[in-house]
Unconditional design. Structure first.
Length: 394
């Protein structure tokens, strides 16, 4: 996050026109989450097989190197390429979720997810601030160097203090059992929709504020205030969801929460600028992050402990696809109207709400409850070849 908000400024140094700056900056912003979304399921599958510690170190080292190299580009395509490599080699969040949740009690799984979400939000708050300070004093090319130094510290912390239990592969029921992503279709759909909706506000909010406030300085201040309050609301919502969610998600509760996002998106269509739009954006950010924690927790509880690397890889990929597609779609629909994408947000949320309202509980081996449904029996039976070894080594 050190360099993310500074990408337009960086691209301005590498291009010769405003149009080129906007084009390349948008491409660079989308490259990392898109590459991460494509590669996350693969890294998750390897984590289940090889262990979480080596995958965490791989993600940190790969990201550290590519972020550090972002201080060197002399052409915009080089920066986009490095951003793509950073996303493809990274995928740290799903690995961390799987590593910390695999030995957690079922009632603590949502707490683990919420704390990781809160840590990520804090990084999104502190990272841009630190990157801005470095840029102000040393220049924009030193910001990625500073980010790489913090990632190097993360490598040291994981290498020194994070260790998996001995015999990890046999201790986790379901390790080595192939996971079908179709089992997680409902949490995956939810994450695509809510992340798309949340990210759709990012490119249009400053422009909507500028329509009501001619002073550029006030627009910047309002945008920054809205971003800070949005992150605060997101952290609070993630923490509250983690504290209150003990077991599987209730379908009615999830449907109501997503319906709330749809209603807020519709409200934003007519909300007055600047404070009305900014207020709706803050409420959307809080509600979306609460839903995301619930979706990740539901996905983790729906699979066997030894499959959580793969599960969180697919869930993170879904979130990444929504995040990457949203700015592109919002920009394309801005030609109709700046707020046109908000109507699409509401429609997508309605589809996800219908999914929760009409479907049965998310399929998958209910390892958290110690029981399985008839449709899950085959998966648990296939895990039985792993379970005896676990009993012998326990």
């Amino acid at each position: 996050m050190f360099i993310f908000p500074l990408l337009p400024l960086y691209m301005h140094e590498l291009t010769d026109s405003t149009a080129a700056t906007v084009f390349w900056a948008g491409l660079a912003m989308a490259a990392t989450p898109l590459a991460s979304a494509v590669c996350a399921p693969l890294w998750g599958k390897l984590a289940d097989r090889l262990g979480y510690r080596p995958m965490l170190l791989r993600a940190l080292i790969g990201t550290c190197i590519t972020i550090g190299l972002m201080s060197l580009p002399n052409a915009p395509w080089q920066l986009v390429l490095l951003r793509t490599l950073a996303g493809g080699l990274g995928s740290f969040q799903p690995m961390a979720m799987a590593a910390l949740s695999s030995w957690s009690r079922p009632e603590d799984l949502s707490k683990v997810v919420s704390r990781l979400q809160m840590a990520q939000i804090m990084g999104a708050i502190v990272g841009p601030l630190m990157g801005g300070l470095v840029t102000a004093f040393l220049g924009v090319r030193y910001s990625p160097v500073a980010g790489a130094c913090f990632l190097a510290l993360g490598v040291i912390l994981v290498a020194r203090w994070f260790h998996e239990p001995a015999g990890r592969r046999t201790m986790l029921r379901g390790a080595g059992v192939k996971l079908s992503p179709a089992l997680l279709w409902l949490p995956m759909l939810t994450l695509v929709v809510v992340q798309f909706t949340d990210a759709s506000f990012n490119p249009i909010l400053p422009l909507l504020l500028a329509q009501a406030e001619p002073d550029v300085g006030r627009v910047a201040a309002l945008s920054g205030l809205a971003a800070s309050l949005n992150a605060t609301a997101a952290a609070i919502a993630a923490g509250l969801t983690g504290q209150r969610l003990k077991r599987r998600v209730r379908r009615r509760t999830m449907a109501m929460a997503i319906s709330g996002v749809a209603l807020l998106a519709l409200a934003a269509l007519t909300a007055p600028a600047p404070w009305g739009v900014a207020g709706v954006r803050i409420m959307v950010g809080g509600l979306v992050n609460g839903i995301a924690v619930a979706a990740y927790s539901e996905g983790g509880m729906a699979v066997l402990p030894g499959q959580r690397g793969s599960a969180y890889g697919w869930l993170a990929a879904s979130s990444g696809y929504g995040f990457a597609a949203s700015p592109v779609v919002a920009g394309a629909m801005a030609g109709i109207d700046l707020r046109a994408v908000l109507a699409l947000d509401a429609l997508l949320c309605l589809i996800a709400t219908t999914g929760w309202g009409l479907s049965s509980r998310v399929a998958g081996p209910a390892a958290a409850a110690g029981t399985v449904t008839p449709g899950e029996q085959a998966v648990v039976e296939s895990a039985a070849s792993v379970a005896p070894e676990a009993d012998e080594n326990a």
